[in-house]
Design a protein around this ligand. Sequence first.
Ligand code: C2E
Ligand code: CA
Ligand code: CA
Ligand code: CA
Length: 261
Amino acid sequence: MIRRSMTAMQKELSRALNRGQLSLCYQPKVDLRCGVVTGNEALLRWNHPKWGTVSPNEFIPVAEQVGLEVPIGEWVLQTACLQNKRWQDQGHPPMSVSVNLSARQFAQPDLFEKIEAVLQETGLDPRYLDLEITESMMMDVDRSIDTLQKLKTIGVSISMDDFGKGYSSLAYLKRFPIDTLKIDRSFVQECMSDIQDATIVKTIISMARNLNLHVIAEGVEHPGHLMFLQQNLCDQAQGYLFSRPLPAEELECRFPEIPQV
Ligand code: C2E
Ligand code: CA
Ligand code: CA
Ligand code: CA
């Protein structure tokens, strides 16, 4: 393994965007009733010429330290919307694209205007954009609700990522205008071996159903996970069992044929 110092990472990351070293992979979200792909989550990749692929879990904290979270986040949003629009223009059945927001991006006072501008520029219908946020981002509660409400008004949907991992989840659920709960991978992965995790997954699914929210399980790796989720009426799933996150060109090869007219 190559050792990289924090300062080296900071320096290299500030050039990564301009040098075209950042890219997006996409991971399908599958509807468990009909098996159809309903959307794709955009996941950031850093391909460094010497270090190879650096994990976002490693470089996103570095981006925070050097204040690059917002510009990188804006690049992700722009690129993901553009790609999704391109797929639609090519005639593929419309799917949504999910974009992860960083805490600092979510705290930007002009976030709504920026998102609106990206949708306008790329021509993507807002109904096909989904934003993934986490509970820990909801520091300024009133402003967060206001931003989310404005986004919903134009048709953008909101998913609560890593659900179950944070605190005060239930109070937030009542106040925030969200569409989807994403059950954190850690509960899903143990749902067949750990009775407590199984109970947590079942409880989140039934709570979501009763609150009229969509629910999606992440980290589905095993056919047993899938069976468990289907038995407990989970709406959607995402994970290596269906597909790893793939570059756009590789994912395209797996789309259904475009009907010839
Ligand atoms: P996340 O949003 O919870 O994304 C899911 C992570 O689980 C991804 O890791 C994905 O590759 C991985 N994963 C998907 N299916 C499976 C599975 O079946 N098994 C296992 N073990 N893992 C699975 P990735 O791509 O390394 O991203 C890690 C985290 O980095 C993300 O967690 C997210 O918090 C962050 N991240 C990634 N892209 C972006 C981005 O564009 N912006 C921001 N702010 N954060 C991002
Ligand atoms: Ca996510
Ligand atoms: Ca997640
Ligand atoms: Ca997670």
